[in-house]
Ligand binder design. Structure first.
Ligand code: PLP
Length: 373
């Protein structure tokens, strides 16, 4: 059976060069980066070179990049620390955020009595900027947390507009950039952002490693204690091979960004065109979406909703109904529920997400798989 992977918003295949880099580091650089002997110093050198490379690629300073196990950890740390250590009393977010954000915010509401405001999601799938501006008029110590590219719909936040609103009302801005880092150019120092987060497995790097960008204007305290690693901000022996792999992946993504993004955008356009040809009533969820994510409502009956992924999976085709953590469930996705009409919510929605490793043949296989459902 041919395998077709069209679920790149859940995770991406690793680039062979990334695996090669990791193997080399594992074979030759097993030292503990905190040791002072030559083995340790050599590992430390890889760590700090990686930090500098990531900072150069994203337009910030090396000291503003803190390595973590993934973006969920980075988001937990940032949101918890701003409430606990910086006196934030209110969090403004949206119901369409990833659970890494939503569950952390809920916990902070329950345990610290933080006030939480959820921005409405417009029928386009985007946040209501006017509502954000209105809420910010009340100048209590506030953090705004909104994602750049929505992992289910691909809807894009205007980071500049959001960040400037935050700046003009002295609110901190945490942006979940998991779906966009490595896929679009960033100059973090030119953007009005205080915090950003990334997970390497979303951009052809390994799982189990990510980072937080913490603007040098803000001083956080650690969530994980027990050592002086990462300047005491994130204790625990650093996974040097993972970090080296993540850095290699990001370097390669940015080297081929223009070519890859154009290619992926052309695959998305072809997929939409094919869907419209074979299922004329298909509708897109969200407007002006990111070039690698296509979320559609299919004109199938409600009873097919639960079976559609299973049917495609039997044919070796991997797509998703929502984020990976929910895809086994038949509950409608919380993201789509935040802006779709009831009747569309009952119909099967599919998230098809592409990478530079996909081909038109993958899309043809998906279309023929859908025709057989
Ligand atoms: N934020 C977004 C937008 C995501 O898509 C994901 C992963 O699906 C996460 C956060 C969490 O990433 P991880 O599970 O790698 O920590």
């Amino acid at each position: 059976m041919n395998h077709v992977y069209l679920d790149n918003a859940a995770t991406t295949p690793m680039r062979p060069e990334v695996i090669q880099t990791m193997v080399e580091v594992m074979q030759t650089e097993f030292g503990n980066a905190s040791s002072t002997h030559s083995f340790g110093r050599s590992a430390k050198n890889i760590l700090e070179t990686s930090r500098k490379t990531i900072a150069r690629l994203l337009g910030c300073e090396a000291r503003e990049i803190i390595f973590t196990a993934n973006a969920t950890e980075a988001t937990n740390w940032i949101l918890k620390s701003v409430v606990r250590d910086l006196g934030i009393k209110r969090i403004i977010t949206s119901p369409a955020e990833h659970h890494a954000t939503l569950y952390t915010v809920k916990q902070l509401e329950q345990e610290f009595g933080v006030q939480v405001a959820y921005l409405p999601i417009m029928p386009t799938g985007n946040i209501d900027y006017v509502a954000l501006e209105q809420l910010l008029q009340d100048e209590m110590p506030t953090l705004v947390t909104l994602m750049h590219v929505n992992n289910e719909t691909g809807c894009i936040l205007d980071i500049e507009r959001t960040g400037l609103l935050c700046r003009s009302h002295k609110a901190l801005f945490h942006c979940d950039t998991v779906q966009s880092i490595g896929k679009t150019a960033f100059n973090l120092h030119h953007l009005p952002i205080d915090f950003a987060v990334a997970s390497a497995h979303k951009f052809h790097g390994p799982k189990g490693v990510g980072f937080a960008y913490i603007s040098k204007q803000v001083v956080l305290k650690p969530l994980i204690v027990g050592g002086e690693q990462e300047k005491g901000l994130r204790a625990g022996t650093e996974a040097v091979h993972q970090i080296a792999g993540m850095t290699k992946a990001l370097e390669m993504d940015y080297t081929s960004l223009e070519h890859d993004s154009n290619y992926i955008a052309s695959l998305k356009a072809y997929c939409l065109e094919q869907l419209q040809t074979h299922f004329p009533e298909v509708k897109m969820n969200g407007e002006n979406t990111f070039y690698n994510i296509l979320n559609v409502v299919l004109p199938f009956s409600e009873d097919k909703t639960a079976m559609i992924l299973f049917n495609l999976d039997m044919k070796g085709i991997a797509v998703s109904r929502g984020s990976a953590c929910q895809s086994g469930s038949i509950k409608p996705s919380h993201v789509l529920a935040s802006f779709l009409k009831e009747e569309d919510l009952k119909k099967p929605s599919l998230r098809i997400s592409f990478s530079c490793f996909n081909t038109k043949e993958d899309i043809d296989a998906l279309i023929s798989g859908l025709k057989g459902v």
